[in-house]
Write a protein that binds this ligand. Sequence first.
Ligand code: FAD
Ligand code: AMP
Length: 498
Amino acid sequence: MTGSSSHYPLHASRSTLKQKSQLESIVADYNVIVIGAGPAGYVAAIRSAQLGMKTACIEKWKDTAGKNVLGGTCLNVGCIPSKALLDSSHHYYDMQHHYADHGISCDNPKIDISKMMARKDDIVGALTQGIVGLFKKNKVTRIEGAAKLAGGKSIEVTAQDGSKQTISADNIIIASGSVPVDIPVAPADHNLIVNSTGALAFDAVPKRLGVIGAGAIGLELGSVWGRLGAEVTVLEAMPDFLATADRKIAAAALKSLKGQGLDIQLSAKVTATSVNNNEVTVSYTDKKGDAQQIVVDKLIVAVGRKPYTADLGLENAGIKTDERGFIPVDANRKTSADGIYAVGDVIGGPMLAHKGSEEAVMVAERLAGQKSEMHYDIMPWVIYTHPEIAWVGMTEEQAKDKGHKCKVGQFPFAASGRARAHGDVTGMIRMIADADTDAVLGVHIFGISASELLGEAVLAMEFEASSEDFARTIHAHPTLSEAMHEAALGVDGRTIHA
Ligand code: FAD
Ligand code: AMP
């Protein structure tokens, strides 16, 4: 290690917290009220309750049957359903393309989309119901309805039947999340032109599918339907593929995804769409600036997400959003209003579930008197294509821009015994280290199980590990994690197996 860090040094005792919360609850209904039960909000509520604060969480999300559900975007129309469909479609694709390599034949595999969707819905149902159980276990009061700040630290809640109640808290945590961005050139009709929510619920595989935006969501949803048989064209306005990823990783990923049949077009800016005869005509300019058109059966608009603050009554608390609609917060994630905090997608930064959850823990613990903090520069990023793309920390280019001299170790999965046994040898791990201190500045993975492999790198970087620390750590054989070990050895030019 180049050093050690302890980020949670001052823990308040439980009894102190209990005394504090009992005192404060003389005036307010709750110590903490959380608005929104996505991964930021439900975690804020559970952690606050664990710390002895009397906590309520208000959620207005209704499922397609009109039932109030917890879990927000992530569980209902985001991380979880997309991964369920990615897994199902991966099995189907593997069966068609890779099972024969293992000596397994399965002639004419069939897909039952309604069963695939039912499986996805069951997974979502089990997990959202799980939060109900967690709320009960932790004594979080669940309030079904729409929350509106009503001035001071009170909140007006409108229930599904229209009835209203006003409740108050010592502290309010806003975790109202985000919604898909609409673009005027491709307005969603929620039938032929859909956003990510619609793309998770197609009832048949479209023959021709267009996707606007080659970000994580566009690539994942394009992969799902491409694996199931759709001809997929992805139109991306930017000239660079995955501009924030390591350049070599992005180039390898682009080649691999194109090889899987995704027609990814860069510098392709969509200028108009029209819907006729159950088809969508998508007009765009290509990289030469020439006008082009494609005709598709479905079009997914995946051009990003925007903060959701509609009907939240921010004005009643004197909170103004910034020019992009995010709620500005200080280092404690406090808004401009005393006692009102905000976490998750609604405050901007990486729009990732784990980012919101960690912010939530930090705010809850700080309200309880602890000194918790989180390190935004050690944020894991994952794109769940196959293989997966995952990284933490700086790319080589970013490190150089910040004045670091870099050493880079790289190891291809083609040289990994375990990857060979899997029959999945695409990609590599790249480790970026500071040439002077050997501190690891970034780890970039394109390959099988990259999301899981990344955990080692994230933890090591939290502890300010050097590449030597990775190199001196024994990795089990044969595992994919040996590729991490070898990449670390490669920082000093002493890779063994490549
Ligand atoms: P949300 O999850 O949006 O939750 C906010 C909640 O607040 C909602 O339930 C909403 O109903 C509620 N709410 C809002 N206003 C009110 C109000 N006035 N009263 C009561 N309730 C209110 N992230 C990852 O990290 N990994 C992934 O693999 C991943 N995949 C994704 C795939 C897709 C298709 C999508 C769309 C997103 C994905 N994300 C992923 C992003 C992730 O879902 C978000 O970053 C995360 O859900 C943000 O959490 P949040 O709690 O801030 O907001
Ligand atoms: P993300 O925000 O990571 O989900 O990515 C959304 C992507 O959509 C970005 O890479 C944008 O460049 C891309 N995008 C936005 N508008 C358009 C457009 N009109 N045509 C094509 N791509 C777009």
